[in-house]
Write a protein that binds this ligand. Structure first.
Ligand code: C5P
Length: 413
């Protein structure tokens, strides 16, 4: 198990982390630490109000860099911190972004270093991410909503807000996202947008076919590969719907999740959402058969030694059905299948690709990957086979998304 799931995610990235005044400054400390652990070089810039909530000393210790608080700071040779900091940055993230700070941005004001550098940043190259934090009434106020709409029009990306209990004791919208959520959003914002504008449908996890109210048939799929692909596709700019069988995995941020139990539930959900999709990726380990009947009450062991007999019926083949739909046949829906094999991966994957009628089939050795955090993939299409060597499912998901983008829209890294 990897102790830090975000290790290396921001390697070599230079991030300006801005803090304006708000009780959520304590979360910015944790965020800073998470960014550094993810490999980023973090330059903290604080407003005067932020310094009332947390000290620059604390942020210096966490970021490993002296903190900037004033545009009159004489340390830079040219005395232009706002230029130097933004020219070198990959992104500016302001967390917390107070109501007053957003109002300053909306007006293009530059009275403090943080607002000044947001204005001075090269707008095409350096994304500005804002994590608002304020009381619910302040958030809901028409002036704030007007300012938020304005800064979005000017190119800023809003992260949040969340709903919940607030420092003032009230409950509602206006909470800043948690540090880990902001970290995931930052990682997503910096990913190449290879699937921008695409609608991606993914099935993941096992299905569960009930025998009676307490028993059923399932398989050992953990859903990790499908969930990793959902995350990577969303980071690449796609709208993602994830139809998930019973798994204990958190939903990747920004992904629409539809939970299902049986193969028939998954089939219904997939057919519905396939109508709007451009890309369908079937990673689910769907049960091939289900019990022909489902007992309404628990089947009892009566001590006679007679075991229950069971008939099975075949489940719908979701992938094959979607791949043979009119939209897929017309080239409007690109279908990707998975094959979990125990031997002869290439031959079995090629045969499965033909049988399912999909342009791309991804083979892996099932027993070597079930429940694991890493895997190795073999991509089979009509050009031949490409191997994606053993790596984390996270890395393989990113590579697979890039391969799919190349085939769907000619995108190349
Ligand atoms: O036939 P097999 O189960 O080996 O095929 C695996 C591929 O087909 C996977 O992509 C899986 O998600 C998909 N599949 C499906 N519906 C089924 C069986 C498999 O979508 N009933």
């Amino acid at each position: 198990m990897n102790a830090n799931p975000n290790a290396g995610e921001l390697a070599g990235r230079r991030i300006v982390l801005g803090l304006s005044g708000g009780a959520a400054c304590f979360k910015a400390a944790e965020l800073c630490r998470g960014m550094v652990k993810a490999g980023a070089l973090v330059q903290v810039v604080m407003t005067e109000a932020a310094c009332q909530f947390i000290t620059p000393v604390a942020m210096q210790a966490l970021s490993g860099q002296p903190v900037y608080t004033s545009q009159w700071d004489a340390r830079p040779d040219n005395n232009m911190a706002h230029i130097n900091l933004t020219r070198a940055a990959d992104a500016v993230l302001v967390a917390p972004a107070s109501a007053d700070f957003i109002a300053q941005l909306a007006q293009g004001r530059a009275g403090e270093l943080l607002a000044l550098l947001c204005l001075a940043r090269p707008i095409e190259r350096v994304p500005l991410l804002l994590a608002p934090s304020m009381n619910r009434e302040m958030w809901a106020h028409p002036a704030t909503q007007r300012n938020v709409a304005q800064v979005q029009r000017d190119g800023a990306q809003m992260l949040g807000v969340a709903w919940g209990e607030q420092a003032c004791g009230e409950t509602g919208d206006g909470r800043m996202l948690e540090a880990d959520e902001l970290l995931q959003e930052l990682i997503a914002a910096l990913a190449p947008k290879a699937l921008a504008g695409q609608q991606v449908l993914i099935t993941a996890g096992p299905t569960f076919e009930a025998i009676d109210p307490v028993r059923g048939i399932t398989n050992r799929s953990s859903g990790k590969m499908g969930f990793a692909i959902a995350r990577a596709a969303r980071e690449a700019g796609a709208q993602v719907t994830l139809v998930a069988g019973p798994v204990a995995l958190p939903t990747p941020r920004g992904v629409r999740r539809v939970d299902v139990v049986s193969a028939r539930d998954m089939h219904l959900a997939a057919m519905e959402h396939a109508q709007d999709a451009n890309i369908f990726i079937a990673t689910a380990a769907v049960a091939d058969w289900r019990p022909a009947t489902q007992a309404e009450q628990k089947i009892k062991k009566d001590g006679s030694g007679v075991v229950p007999q069971m008939d099975f019926v075949e489940n719908p083949d979701i992938l094959a059905e979607v791949a043979h739909s009119a939209r897929a046949q017309a080239g409007d829906l690109f279908c990707v299948g998975f094959a979990a094999e125990s031997e002869n991966l290439l031959a079995n994957a090629q045969a499965k690709r033909a049988r399912k009628g999909v342009p791309l089939l991804v083979g892996n050795i099932g027993p070597a990957t079930f429940g694991q955090d890493d895997n190795a993939l073999l991509l089979v299409d009509d050009e031949g086979a490409i191997e994606l060597p053993r790596a984390s499912k996270r890395v393989l998901a990113q590579q697979l998304v890039a391969e799919i983008a190349r085939r769907v829209s000619g995108w190349s890294a």
